[in-house]
Design a protein around this ligand. Structure first.
Ligand code: OAD
Length: 256
C-alpha cells in the first residue's frame, strides 16, 4: 500500500461520511518539528524519562525540573507552525463535520483553524495554581525562552501563593472533567474515525478506537509505523500526517 495513494476503501468511507472524528497523538505534530512524546529525550533532557517527568511524583519531588521541562516545551510549541496535515483537517472541517480529539497539549489544531477540539490531556498554554483547593487560572503568559534551562522556579499563584503548574494531565492524574465522555459521544456519533499519530498505549484515550469499532464505526489508523492499535482497526495506512491527510481530504473534494 503506497504512502502517497489513498486506499480505495478509505476513499469510499471518506466520501460517504458526513461526521468524522479524528483522534490525534504526538505524531500529528511531528512534521511541525515537535518531537513525539517518546522521542523527546534529546539534548538537555537526555537523562530524563519523559514518562517520569510528566508525573505527579516528579512535580512533588522536583517542581522546578518539571516546570523547566514544560517551559521548554512551550517554547518549542510556540516556534512550531501547523503542518499540511493540520491544515488539511481544518480545510475538511469547512465542508464536513470534523471533530478532533487530541492527546496533544499543543494548540496546532486550533492555529490551523479547527475550533472543535477536545484536549484529552489538557493544554500546555493553560497555566493554573497547583493547589487542588485553589486551582485558580494563572493569566500571565509563560515566557518564551530561546534556550532550554533545566530548572525554572514556577511562579506563585496570585490568589494563594502555591506554585503555578501547566494545565496538562500527568501520569497519576485524571483526565479533565467530562473530556472522555465528550470524546466517547463524538466517536459514537461518527461515520468514520481516523487515528493519526498515536502509539495507542496510553489509556483511557486508547479505548476510543475499540469503542468506535464495537459500535460498527470504521476505524482507520494513519501512522508510518505499526502500533498497539494496528490489529484492532479496520484499515492501516502507512503514511505520515502531513503526507497522507492532504491526499485524504483531497479525495473528498467537490469536483471542480
Ligand atoms: P507517542 O510518542 O507515544 O507516539 C507517537 C506515534 O506517532 C508513534 O506511533 C509514531 O509512529 C507516530 N508518528 C511519528 N511521526 C509521525 C508522523 N509524521 N505522522 C503520523 N504519525 C507519526 O505519542 P502519543 O501516542 O501521542 O500523555 O502519546 C500518548 C500520550 O503518552 C501523550 O499524550 C502523553 C504520553 O504519555 C500524557 O502526558 C498524559
Amino acid at each position: 500500500m503506497s504512502a502517497d495513494l489513498v486506499p480505495d476503501e478509505l476513499v469510499a468511507w471518506v466520501r460517504q461520511a458526513t461526521t468524522v472524528t479524528v483522534l490525534t497523538g504526538a505524531g500529528m505534530s511531528a512534521e511541525s518539528g515537535i518531537a513525539t512524546f517518546r522521542d523527546a529525550q534529546t539534548g538537555l533532557w537526555e537523562r530524563y524519562d519523559p514518562m517520569q517527568i510528566a508525573s505527579v511524583d516528579a512535580w512533588l519531588s522536583d517542581p522546578s525540573l518539571v516546570y523547566g521541562w514544560y517551559v521548554w516545551r512551550v517554547a518549542v510549541a510556540h516556534a512550531a507552525a501547523p503542518n499540511a496535515g493540520h491544515l488539511a483537517l481544518a480545510d475538511w472541517a469547512r465542508r464536513t463535520r470534523v471533530r478532533i480529539v487530541t492527546q496533544n497539549v499543543d494548540d496546532l489544531h486550533e492555529r490551523a483553524g479547527n475550533s472543535d477540539v477536545v484536549h484529552l490531556h489538557g493544554e500546555l498554554m493553560a497555566l493554573r495554581c497547583s493547589d487542588e483547593w485553589c486551582g485558580a487560572p494563572y493569566d500571565q503568559p509563560l515566557p518564551i525562552v530561546s534556550e532550554p534551562t533545566e530548572r525554572v522556579t514556577p511562579p506563585p499563584c496570585s490568589v494563594c501563593g502555591a506554585p503555578v503548574r501547566p494545565g496538562v494531565v500527568w501520569f497519576g492524574e485524571m483526565l479533565p472533567e467530562g473530556a472522555m465522555d465528550t470524546a466517547a459521544d463524538l466517536v459514537l456519533g461518527s461515520d468514520l474515525v481516523l487515528v493519526v499519530g498515536t502509539s495507542g498505549i496510553v489509556y483511557p484515550a486508547a479505548m476510543l478506537p475499540d469503542l468506535a469499532r464495537g459500535h460498527g464505526v470504521p476505524v482507520v489508523e494513519i501512522n508510518p509505523e505499526a502500533t498497539d492499535l494496528s490489529d484492532r482497526v479496520d484499515l492501516c495506512w502507512r503514511t505520515t500526517a502531513a503526507r497522507g491527510l492532504p491526499l485524504l481530504v483531497g479525495s473528498d473534494a467537490p469536483a471542480p
